[in-house]
Design a binder for this molecule. Structure first.
Ligand SMILES: [Zn+2]
Length: 164
């Protein structure tokens, strides 16, 4: 494969996918703990994931711009706009994964399916990341599962505690 992904684009995608999975799982499971209408859960989750994807894209643009402005040797050749777009779609598409079970199953079943789908996705993303950076894929997958899993657990505990 001759195509080489720019490292800043790679980071945008990794960040977007991981954050999209972790935060959206917290949001959708949290909302479903306090709301019993599936349409409202899905609508609220779609709003949350869209707003968050836009905000992350804006954050990516601004943060990367600051890095580029610091880079006086002009090593950064990546486009700020492409980085922001990659962040947006990575976050949005990954965020749809924990929402999808709520479209398919009753709420009580959707909740565990959503969490498991997010964790399995984190594992797969970690595995692919390991392959791409030529590290031990299984270890990379496990690390991603643990880091993402802990963040997801914190979100779920806080969401459950506050009954948001
Ligand atoms: Zn850059």
């Amino acid at each position: 494969m001759n195509f080489k992904l720019h490292e800043d684009y790679f980071r945008s995608i990794m960040f977007g996918v991981q954050d999209g999975l972790v935060s959206t799982t917290g949001v959708v499971v949290g909302i479903s703990a306090g709301v019993s209408n599936p349409a409202i859960i899905i609508l609220a989750s779609f709003v949350a994931v869209s707003v968050e994807a836009s905000s992350m894209a804006a954050g990516e643009y601004s943060a990367e711009k600051a890095v580029h402005q610091l880079d006086k040797k002009h090593k950064h050749k990546d486009s700020l706009v492409i980085g922001a777009i990659l962040m947006f779609f990575s976050y949005l598409l990954a965020g749809l994964i924990p929402i999808l079970p709520f479209l398919l199953f009753p709420i009580d079943n959707a909740r565990p399916v959503s969490i498991v789908a997010a964790l399995v996705s984190l594992f797969i993303v970690g595995y692919l990341k390991g392959k791409i950076v030529k590290d031990q894929a299984f270890r990379s997958a496990t690390e991603m599962l643990i880091i993402g899993g802990v963040a997801t657990a914190v979100g779920l505990i806080v969401g459950n505690f506050l009954k948001v």
